[in-house]
Design a protein around this ligand. Structure first.
Ligand code: ACM
Length: 552
């Protein structure tokens, strides 16, 4: 982001005027910022039976019809036997148990999970013949005798279960017994995702988040069919993953955070626990080690990584762009090899993110040379490279993904460079900062967050099309979307809740639902229906005045 000058993620006072002008421009461009107060959308009561398809993300096809199904104390969750058994059969059974665990506390029903394929009740079916449902699709059929979710793959079953959950009253999410009734509208939903990459990023470097906090976020992401958790594991302010061959990265580099708190890091066992938990919610973890910039925590931990051989002090501020690995030193590539090798060994997923953003203290020539070697190292350990889109200014490796974080106002040259790379085979994940950065303030009154990309109210986060966002990008180059949550100002689960919700749902819907379903009026009505559900889950979301939130 060289064209932004210095430190776009910070708010130097001298740039305040620029920020104000930007906000005025954003408002003038009709970006949907609704005023608070008297014009706030009125709230409406929730309907007794939620109409079929009144869920987020909206399904690809909804055919309502016929009588509804109501759970009773005798309802069983049947998981069909899978021919040949094996891992898919075990996973289907586990998904049945997961569903039972969601439904039991609030319904008070026993909901035994059984084998068999009898009619009635809740039925989960895996069928290899359902090729049209693909890797992640499902069909949900609801009628008076029961609800059946069918999928080709376990991931589809899991996503179908999230739809079933959302079709039930919001109070089903409570952890104490509720009155019901537990009714699912009749009809058929057939649903497959628009994109295979639907991500959320959590910056655990600027502020550290515990395993429990990360798991809580994973559970929230799963409800909306997000399937990638990108963990920003290193930055100037903290190194958050144990590396056996370079132990001081974690013990020293992880010992603080923005504002000077104690920081922290994940042991390998803890990290594996996060990865396994994410997998149990059908999310793939994409670990990021940001290089060659954003590396002060590493440089502070090992003097030899610095060109002058002197380790800088740990850093607890919020500036960016001041640190760089020493590109000319061999030891730098020993470090990269060791870190990538150990991290790849902890990563069952396909991807390893190497950052590459805001390398303002690395010359262009050095940047290109470094990224060549870092990408080769990722390939050596069997992973696919992801980088921030500055990677397209170097030489993206075949098959690499570039994560675009520019703005509407990003210069044409930079956008064209990204489009060129896309035409040459680089896949794109779209995270426009003025749409999907969850750390941007909603309005000037939002207590947390930054505003260098402008204010991002709910409509702005939703009302754009990833398929038509960057000119000159071929269909198929866009692999999906991701909503990053940077944590300079975010340090608790309550902070995550208020910044991510409800804007995370915009990313979820843009990533999953067909372009033809895009409609702000329809979206904000369905989003309104998620309010009581988020409340029942204890998520203190931003009550945007753009949304006619439903009351419980
Ligand atoms: C970024 O926000 N520097 C990727």
């Amino acid at each position: 982001m060289r064209q932004h000058g210095t430190s776009p993620r910070t708010r130097p006072r001298t740039r305040l005027l620029g920020v104000l002008l930007l906000v005025v421009a954003a408002g003038a461009a009709g970006t949907g910022a609704a005023p608070a107060g008297p014009e706030a959308a009125p709230t409406t009561p929730a309907p007794a039976v939620r109409p079929l398809g009144d869920v987020v993300p909206v399904p690809a096809s909804v055919r309502p019809g016929g009588a509804p199904y109501t759970l009773t104390a005798r309802t069983r969750i049947q998981v069909d036997r899978v021919p040949g058994g094996g891992a898919d059969a075990r996973e289907a059974r586990r998904i049945g148990t997961y569903l039972a665990q969601v439904l039991r506390p609030s319904t008070g029903y026993a909901l035994p999970v059984t084998g068999g394929d009898g009619p009635g009740g809740i039925r989960l079916r895996l069928s290899g013949h359902e090729t049209a449902l693909g890797e992640e699709g499902y069909r949900l059929e609801s009628g008076p005798a029961g609800v059946t979710v069918t999928a080709r793959e376990p991931a589809g079953l899991f996503h179908g279960v999230q739809t079933l959950r959302q079709q039930l009253p919001a109070s089903v999410e409570e952890d104490t017994r509720q009155p019901g009734p537990w009714t699912v509208a009749g009809g058929t939903i057939t649903d497959t995702p628009r994109y295979g990459y639907r991500g959320a990023m959590l910056d655990v470097s600027r502020h550290f988040f515990t395993v429990g906090q990360v798991k809580r976020y994973i559970d929230q992401l799963a409800l909306y069919k997000i399937n990638k958790l990108h963990l920003h594991l290193s930055d100037d302010q903290g190194w958050r993953i144990a590396v056996d061959s370079w132990p001081r990265l974690a013990t020293h580099g992880g010992s603080t955070q923005v504002g000077g708190g104690p920081g922290g890091y994940y042991t390998k066992a803890q990290y594996k626990d996060i990865v396994a938990y994410a997998a149990s919610r059908h999310l793939e973890v994409v670990p990021e080690i940001d290089m060659p910039g954003h590396t002060n925590a590493a440089l502070a931990s090992y003097a030899e990584l610095n060109c002058d051989g002197v380790a800088p002090p740990l850093y607890t501020g919020t500036e960016v762009g001041f640190s760089s690995l020493c590109v000319a030193k061999d030891v730098t590539y020993d470090f990269v090899d060791d870190v990538v090798r150990e991290l790849a060994a902890l990563t069952p997923g396909r991807y390893l993110h190497i950052g590459g953003d805001e390398a303002h203290s690395t010359s262009h020539q050095d940047y290109v040379a470094f990224m060549d070697r870092a990408q080769a190292t990722v390939a050596k350990y069997g992973k696919t490279v992801v980088g921030w889109h500055q990677l397209t200014g170097a030489r993206p490796a075949p098959g690499a993904l570039a994560q675009y974080w520019g703005l509407d106002r990003t210069g044409d040259a930079e956008k064209a460079r990204v489009a060129d790379a896309a035409r040459n085979g680089t896949g794109l994940v779209l995270s426009p900062a003025d749409r999907l950065y969850l750390d941007m303030k909603y309005t000037k009154d939002t207590p947390l967050g930054l505003s260098w990309a402008g204010y991002v109210e709910v409509r702005r986060s939703y009302d754009w099309d990833p398929g038509a966002y960057l000119p000159g990008v071929p269909a198929g180059a866009v692999r999906g979307v991701e909503a990053p949550l940077w944590s300079e100002t975010v340090s608790t689960s309550a902070h995550i809740d208020t910044m991510a919700f409800p804007r995370l749902l915009s990313a979820a819907e843009l990533g999953w639902s067909p372009a033809a379903s895009h409609d702000w009026e329809d979206y904000r009505q369905r989003l309104a229906g998620q309010g009581p559900r988020l409340e029942a889950l204890g998520v203190d979301y931003h009550r945007s005045p753009q949304v006619p939130w439903r009351t419980r």
